[in-house]
Design a binder for this molecule. Structure first.
Ligand SMILES: Cc1ncc(COP(=O)(O)O)c(C=O)c1O
Length: 349
């Protein structure tokens, strides 16, 4: 951490919103897949204080509320920031239900052309929270075609992109998908990355965004008003974290170990499967998810998140209802203990 202490005088000056940051390592890892070298180097990126503030503030920079009926599309269930960002930017959120029956695919065809015509921004999340679903190249292709046709911007939330199972099979990211499809200008596309899950440092508040240079320019201008330049001490620590891969590989190994131990125990009582990536089990409950979560907590002191809290009712259903999200963040020992308590609780029903 010498890089950090050497930068302790940084706070003596105001940091620039787009201060030079050696994010080469970050971008290299963010662009796994079929990227060619010159793309990695020429790609524009911007440091942000975690992906959450960036996902939120990006809507402020992109949504034009002077246009009639501004819409922001997002998956359902979803990370709650997308909806708040849409509403506070003066847009109306539009939901795409991701359903178990459809293997949690993002069903882009479920949105009418007239809705796409008013859409200014779509949030997608891959690997997904809460389902762990990774978007395929063909889904990306369809989304890029829609973006070209209707002119909307794509915000790709990839904060779980470093938590996956096979070292040689990282999840496909938006920028890699774009490059594979020959879209080297990343038109209307921005990806949001974070150290929070990759390095287990959510308290540090560090991430970056990368993609379409024109969009980044617009976002940067917005951010100079927003006052969200990254603390130079955090910048220095971030460079250390992005440039070290060993701890990330070990982190993945620990998650894989937890999934291997816990999934059979949980799935013997609550239907669930290994996610494509990420660190959640998305498990079906034998009763209302809210009652399940409440009673499990009361009786076994285990905390899970009711799926209905992560979704909105749309098309007559709440697609999170009947599921709970189980985060395998604690130690293996604690995850195993929680899984056994879930078994005991389910057996008592
Ligand atoms: C889907 C998703 N996106 C973004 C974030 C925000 O992460 P951070 O702001 O720590 O980068 C989270 C945090 O849990 C998340 O689940």
């Amino acid at each position: 951490m010498g890089g950090v202490s050497a930068n302790l005088d940084g706070p003596a000056a105001y940091p620039a919103s787009a201060r030079h940051l050696d994010f080469a390592g970050a971008v290299r890892r963010g662009l796994r897949g079929a990227m060619v070298c010159h793309c990695r180097i020429s790609l524009r990126r911007l440091p942000v204080n975690g992906s959450r503030e960036a996902l939120f503030s990006f809507a402020q920079a992109v949504v034009d509320r002077s246009r009639p009926n501004p819409l922001v599309v997002c998956p359902n269930p979803f990370y709650q920031i997308y909806e708040g960002a849409a509403l506070l930017a003066g847009a109306t959120p539009v939901y795409i239900n991701t359903l178990a029956a459809n293997d949690f695919e993002l069903d882009l065809a479920s949105i009418a052309d007239s809705t796409w015509a008013d859409t200014q921004l779509i949030y997608v999340c891959s690997p997904g929270n809460p389902t762990g679903k990774v978007m395929s190249l063909s889904t990306w292709q369809k989304l890029f075609e829609l973006s070209d046709r209707f002119g909307f911007v794509i915000a790709s939330d990839e904060c779980y992109s470093e938590i996956y199972f096979e070292e040689d099979q990282p999840p496909l990211g938006a920028l890699s998908a774009a490059a594979q499809l020959g879209r080297h200008d990343y038109k209307n596309l921005l990806m949001f990355s974070s150290l929070s899950k990759r390095s287990n440092v959510p308290g540090m508040r560090s991430g970056f965004v990368a993609g379409d240079a024109a969009l980044l320019e617009k976002f940067l201008l917005y951010r100079t008003y927003h006052g969200s330049a990254m603390n130079p001490v955090v910048q220095a620590a971030s460079i250390v974290a992005w440039n070290d891969e060993a701890h990330v590989i070990e982190n993945r190994r620990l998650y894989a170990e937890k999934f291997a131990a816990v999934t059979p125990l949980v799935s013997s009582h609550l239907p669930c499967k290994l996610p494509d990536a990420g660190f959640y089990l998305w498990a079906r409950t034998p009763m209302a998810d809210t009652d399940f979560a409440r009673d499990l907590y009361h009786q076994q002191n285990v905390v899970v998140l009711p799926g209905s809290y992560l979704a909105r009712e749309h098309d007559g259903i709440n697609p999170g209802a009947g599921f709970v999200r189980i985060a395998l963040v604690p130690s293996l020992e604690d995850c195993l203990d929680a899984a056994r308590r879930i078994q005991t609780f389910c057996s008592s029903l």
